[in-house]
Design a protein around this ligand. Structure first.
Ligand SMILES: [Zn+2]
Length: 517
């Protein structure tokens, strides 16, 4: 740790030079460094010296802290913590930075950092070996969070000009032999840019790049105009469009959304922060999917989010938090977050919800934060959501965002009666709603929601695709309810909440095959 003799004054600057060497000697038996590798290096500025104290290296598990005579530690700062709202999730080293970087690598590799390539050249080093240099510069301030990748890449490029008219260069840097899903990812970038620019506002860069990294690590991550993307997050997936979720497309949509949620608007480093980045990115990706797939198939995506949430809360080790108070819990900020925001747009309307996100982005973008020094919290997003939610649905918003609310929806019985050329479908459903506290204690709540009732046609021979004959909301106010609907075609199955829009602990029993009388 270094201290300055003279404290820095506001507006002062100081130059910091440092050398850092990472060298693998032989090979390790385990836990090898997988960031810096022969072909496919990917690391972030966490490798570089930081300014001030970094809490992230403190012991976090209660047990380990106890062994060391330490008190248990909260996972995150309170949402209104005055120091927390003055720093963003990328740390308290800096707000926004001006970014330029020169990187060298072996002559057969391409090295990439955020910003735009200014120059590229070869130079022989003191050891007599040639190295290839790349110089990048960004033309606007970015978060103090950046990536460096280097690999032997091929590149696929396209120029996208959307309705907004601004040309954006789309580039995918990939490992030779992994071209399988490039079109899916290209389409993912285009569909995302189209939806986000139309609904949230302009993309802030003129280039968006995806770079493959090896499957030692399974994730993708969004940096300014730059998305390092794991080999097995999309590049080598074998997608059967009839059955599978198009993960390369979906992950591309999620990461592209972070250019808005995380980069255009950067959240305060307090409880609930990930609702502003991960929930919004995952919600945005679901919305892009919504416009790519027939309505019936959205059930698969919602079910995916729901299952991950339900599984996650089973294995929670500390305490489950409401979405607006989440503490780095993936099952909440990704899965529940996306799920309830999707359900909310289903209730209040897609345009309304996106109008709230646009207002949130306009009010809290990094240029505005630069003037106030205060970063947004989940409460700021929630108040934008409240503003577009009619009074009659504000209770739901509160249930889903500020509390832990679970449903138990079930279809008990379905019968059908032919009426001329039509059919009457009689559905008996049961519905229950509970609120859980962080420790899992549950209290029943009265149910008073408009929930979808759906009737499906039989599947066509040799086809897996579902078709809804009837899909309407019904007012569900009682634990048991009897509903009759009329359809024009012989039905096959029917039930309550067929799309799995609500957080239902047993989503499998929503739909039942029809008993013929
Ligand atoms: Zn994300």
């Amino acid at each position: 740790m270094y201290h300055l003799d003279q404290p820095l004054q506001p507006g002062d600057s100081l130059r910091l030079d440092f050398d850092l060497l990472y060298r693998t000697k032989g090979f390790k038996n385990g836990n090898a460094n997988i960031d810096i590798v022969q072909n496919g290096t990917f690391f972030t500025n966490q490798y570089f010296p930081g300014i001030g104290y970094s809490e992230q290296y403190e012991l976090s598990s209660d047990d380990k802290r106890k062994d060391n005579g330490l008190k248990p530690k909260e996972r995150m700062r309170a949402q209104n913590d005055p120091a927390g709202v003055r720093q963003n999730v990328f740390g308290d080293d800096a707000d926004q930075i001006r970014f330029a970087m020169t990187i060298s690598t072996t002559p057969d590799q391409t090295a990439i950092a955020p910003g735009y390539l200014q120059k590229e050249w070869l130079k022989t080093g003191p050891d007599g070996k040639k190295r290839r240099y790349f110089s990048y510069q960004m033309d606007s301030p970015i978060a103090d969070f950046y990536s460096i990748v280097s690999a032997r890449y091929l590149v696929k490029k396209e120029v996208y000009t959307g309705k907004a008219g601004n040309p954006i260069s789309l580039e995918i840097y990939y490992h030779p032999g992994h071209p399988h899903n490039l079109d899916r990812m290209m389409r993912g970038m285009k569909a995302s840019l189209a939806y986000y620019q139309a609904n949230y506002g302009a993309f802030q860069h003129r280039q968006l790049r995806i770079m493959e990294f090896p499957r030692y690590r399974s994730y993708a991550q969004s940096f300014a105009n730059t998305i390092p993307f794991g080999e097995d997050m999309g590049f080598v997936a074998d997608i059967d469009d009839k059955q599978d979720i198009d993960m390369p497309f979906f992950v591309t949509a999620h990461e592209t959304a972070h250019q808005w949620w995380g980069h255009q608007v950067t959240e305060a480093n307090v409880r609930g922060s990930a609702m502003l980045s991960e929930s919004l990115a995952e919600y945005s990706a679901l919305m892009v999917m919504k416009h790519q797939y027939p309505q019936e198939r959205m059930q698969e995506f919602l079910r995916y989010e729901l299952d991950y949430y339900l599984r996650g809360r089973q294995s929670e080790t500390k305490k489950e938090q409401p979405l607006s108070q989440c503490e780095g819990q993936q099952y909440i900020h990704y899965n529940k977050g996306a799920h309830v925001l999707y359900a909310l747009q289903d209730q209040i309307g897609e345009d309304k919800l996106n109008q709230a996100l646009r207002a949130y982005r306009d009010r809290w973008n990094v240029a505005r934060v630069a003037q106030t020094g205060i970063y947004p919290t989940a409460a700021d997003l929630t108040s934008e959501l409240q503003a577009v939610t009619p009074d009659s649905l504000r209770g739901l918003l509160d249930d889903w965002v500020n509390a832990i609310t679970l449903y138990e929806l079930k279809t008990d019985k379905v019968t059908v009666t032919p009426v001329g050329k039509q059919y009457d479908v009689q559905v008996t459903v049961s519905a229950e709603k509970v609120r859980a506290d962080s420790l899992g204690n549950e209290t029943k709540r009265p149910i008073n929601e408009w929930i979808w009732i759906g009737v499906y046609a039989p599947k066509a021979k040799g086809s897996d695709s579902e078709k809804l004959l009837y899909y309407q909301r019904h007012h569900i106010t009682k634990p048991k309810q009897f509903i009759i609907v009329r359809v024009n075609q012989k039905p096959d199955r029917a039930g309550i909440d067929p799309m799995n829009l609500l957080i239902d602990r047993h989503p499998k029993d929503n739909i039942k095959a029809i008993e013929m009388p």
